[in-house]
Design a protein around this ligand. Structure first.
Ligand SMILES: [Zn+2]
Length: 347
């Protein structure tokens, strides 16, 4: 019996061969570092479930950004933490808010680092939801009908106030653009928000600012460490009424279609690793720039296992990041961005 003419192992035999025919590459140019800003001065608070990650005051954040720039990381994605909260999320769009100050400070001191502002309301609402809420009438229990209506405790009792939410999101996006943000990234998953933000930006002289839309943000369990980082867990209910059902791929494609029609420039899939099929399908179908968010839970799992010696950290995250690229993502938002940059520069 003869051997087949084509034997794939021939090109696997030596590392230089493997390098020559490698199909997918990871480059520093593709990486975005997520960072958490909080009020205060000279503050650097470690996030326990995300070893190596911190909540930073603006001065510390600027230092971190200078370091990232030195590692040639092109962009950071900023999140506000430790924020003042109220029912209307007014601090999300405060001109002197921590996020707005942070964006200004980075653009003043590290101007060639791209600053992407995460736009959502959950870190600023007293109830922790991503939208503003309307309370449906909840009748008081018992005989005393004149008593105050009961406080809503269940998702049935509240609905998202779509108009007020879009208005607050658009104001927040505008405040980021006015502070100097290079890209706006809405993560709330409310219908129509990309269009609402696009209109406000266009009408205020910010027509050049792109939107990186969290297009397919799934209602995932892998966000748990992040919620600790930004203190944004909903005080009741969950986010299943606006984030994508984890079982749905066709719906993710419809979301992408809508975001494109509303003016999105980059489509994001979040999380990344458990949703590689979604990255692949969105890229294949639309051919738009696709970003993937390698989320806190993906980071924490590898960190926890490698702390126990069950996984070797660096080759594991390198494999994960490469798989996200292979699925079709152009850009990867990852907490390993700096470590990956160091490694890629060393080679
Ligand atoms: Zn949110």
């Amino acid at each position: 019996m003869g051997y087949p003419a084509y034997q794939p192992r021939r090109l696997r035999r030596l590392e230089p061969f493997r390098r020559l025919v490698r199909e997918t590459r990871l480059a520093v140019d593709q990486l975005v570092m997520p960072l958490f800003v909080r009020p205060g001065k000279n503050v650097r608070v470690p996030i326990p479930s995300m070893p190596g990650q911190f909540q930073l005051s603006v001065d510390q954040l600027v230092k971190e950004c200078q370091d990232l720039r030195e590692h040639r990381i092109p962009a950071v994605l900023l999140f506000g933490t430790g924020q003042q909260k109220d029912e209307k999320a007014t601090h999300a769009f405060a001109k002197d808010g921590t996020m707005q100050q942070a964006i200004q400070a980075i653009k003043a001191q590290v101007p060639d680092l791209v600053v992407i502002g995460d736009v959502c309301l959950c870190a600023y609402t007293s109830h922790g939801h991503c939208g503003l809420l309307k309370v449906r009438h909840v009748p008081a229990k018992g005989k005393n009908k004149s008593a105050k209506p009961a406080v809503p405790q269940h998702e049935r009792d509240v609905v998202i106030d779509q108009e007020a939410t879009l208005d607050a999101l658009a104001k927040t996006a505008l405040s980021h653009a006015q502070a100097g943000a290079d890209i706006i990234a809405p993560s709330d998953m409310m219908d129509g928000r990309v269009g609402a933000i696009r209109r406000v930006l266009d009408q205020t002289g910010h027509g050049h600012v792109p939107i990186m839309s969290y297009t397919a943000k799934f209602s995932s369990n892998l966000y748990a460490p992040f919620r600790e980082a930004v203190d944004s867990s909903p005080s009741f209910g969950d986010r299943k009424s606006y984030q994508l059902d984890i079982a749905n791929a066709e719906e993710a494609l419809r979301e992408a279609q809508l975001d494109i029609e509303e003016g999105a420039d980059i489509l994001m899939v979040k999380p990344a690793l458990a949703y590689l099929d979604i990255i692949y399908r969105i890229k294949e179908r639309f051919g738009y720039p696709v970003a993937a968010f390698n989320v806190s839970g993906e980071y924490a799992m590898v960190k926890a296992a490698s702390a126990r010696g069950w996984l070797i950290e660096r080759p594991t995250w390198l494999e994960i990041l490469l798989s996200i690229r292979r699925a079709g993502a152009d850009t990867i938002i990852t907490y390993w961005a700096k470590e990956a940059a160091k490694f890629l520069h060393e080679r």
